[in-house]
Ligand binder design. Sequence first.
Ligand code: FAD
Length: 468
Amino acid sequence: QVERGFYNYLQEPHLRYFQDLLGYEERVLTNLSDLEKYNVDWFQQVRGSSAVVLKPKTTEEVSKIIVYCNQYKLALCTQGGNTGVASGAVPVFDEIILSMELMNEIIEIDENSGTVVCQAGVILEELDNALAGKGLMVPLDLGSKGSCQIGGNVATNAGGMRVMRYGNMHGNTLGLEVVKANGEVLDCLTSVRKDNSGLHLKNLFIGSEGTLGIITKVALQCSTRPKSQHVTFLGLQTFDKVLKTSKKAKHELGEILSAMEVMDSHTIKWGKEHTNLVSPLDDYPFYLLIETAGSNVEHDSIKMNEFLESALKGHYVLNGVVTGEPSKIQSIWAIRENLPQGFKDYGWCALYDLSLPVTEYFNIVDETRDYLKNHVEDVFGFGHLGDGNLHLQVLARKYDKWLADDLETFLTKRILDMRGSMSAEHGLGFLKRKYLPIVNDHPSYTLMTDLKKLLDPNRILNPYKVFP
Ligand code: FAD
C-alpha cells in the first residue's frame, strides 16, 4: 500500500509554463492515447496516471523544468527507455513524466582514448552501432538494448551479459553531467580514466534510479570491438557439472572468455511454450551458453573447439554445438535474450534478481520449488553464471498476497544468510523499495536517507521509488 505524497496537482498554469518552454505539441504530451505507453512499464507490472509527458532536448531545459517543479512542489518521474524491471521509470500516481528520448545526441567519439560522450537519452544499440564504425563498442549488452538508454543504464547501474569480462556501469562510466533537484548542473563530465581530485561524486548517481538527480550527459569508456566471436551451447547433466565446466572454461578460454549464461530445463521448456525459442539441443537438465570474443578468428576457433572436445571427452558435458557464424551466434543468443518476452502476459510472475555464491546458484531454485510445492505453476532459474547473478522466476496463474509475502520472507532470509543481494542488477525501483532498510545495516540506511534529504529536500525526484 502506498499513499500519494503532499504534492501539488498539475494545473493549467503549470502546463502553460511547460508549453512555453518546450513548445506545444510533440514535446508536451497530454493526449491520453499518447500518454499510455509512458504510464505502463515494459513488464506491465505498474500503471501510473500521469497527465503529462515532457520531452526536453537540452540540459538547460531539464534544469528549468526541475526548478519549476521544485518551486511548485510537483513530483517528477524520469523515464529512459522504460525497460526497467523494478518499475522505477513509471509514475505511481500522477507524477510528471520527464522523458529523455529527445536527448539523443552522440557528442564525441575519441578513437585514440576509446571514449564516447553522449546525451543520456541515446539508445544503447544506436550508440553501439555508431561505435562499431570506429572499431569500438559499448562494454554493456542487455536483451533490452534496442530500447534502453545509456542514461537509464547508468541510473540502474545495469549489468547484463558481459559483466564478467567488462564490469558494470560503475566500472565503465568515466563522467556524468547531472541536474540536481534545485536545478544546479553538476559538471562531472570528464573523460579521463584517472581522477582522484576529491570525492567521486559521479558514483553517487550511478544506480540511484532517478532519485538523486537527473543524468543529462554520460562519458563512457569503450572497449575495442572484437574481430572474432564464438559461441558454444552445451547440455549438461547436473549443476555440479555446470560448475566444473564453468571453471574449466575460465582456465582454458582465459582472456577471450566474454560471457557465460546458464539455464535449467524448466527455463527452456517455458521459453518454448511462451516465446519463439528454438534450441539446437534438447532434453538436458542444464544448458550453458559460453561466448568468446577476441582478435584472431583462427586462434579463437581452435581454442573454443579444443575446449568443447575436451569437455565432451572428460564427460563434463553431454552434448554441445559451437559456431563462429554471426547468424547462428545470434540465434543462440536469442534463446537467452527473448526469455523476458514471455513474462509480460503470464498471470503472476515474480521475478527475483539475486546475487549469491555461485555454489548455491541452483540450490536456491530447488529450495524455492520445494518450499512452494504445488502452490505455483513453475519455478525456474537462469542468468549470468559468470557473475553469480541468478534470475529466479516463480509463476502462478494469479497473484496471491499470502504466497507472495511468504516467498519474500523465505528468500530474503536465505539470501541475507549468504550475504548475497536481493537486487543484483535491476535496482529497487517501486516494486522492491521495501528492501532498502531490510538489506542494509542501519548506519548505511541512515546515510542513504540523509543523502536523499540533502540532494532532494522536497522529495520531488522519483517519489515512492528506492526509498520506502
Ligand atoms: P528506465 O527503465 O527508463 O529507467 C530505469 C530507472 O532509471 C528509473 O528509476 C528511472 O527513473 C531512472 N532513469 C532513467 N533515465 C534516467 C536519467 N537520464 N537520469 C536519472 N534517472 C534515470 N538489466 C540488466 O541490468 N541486465 C540485463 O541483462 C537486463 N536484461 C533485460 C532484458 C529485457 C528484455 C528487458 C526488458 C530488461 C532488461 N534489463 C536488464 C533491465 C533494463 O533494461 C535495465 O535496467 C536498463 O538499464 C534500464 O534502462 P532504461 O533506459 O530502459 O531505463
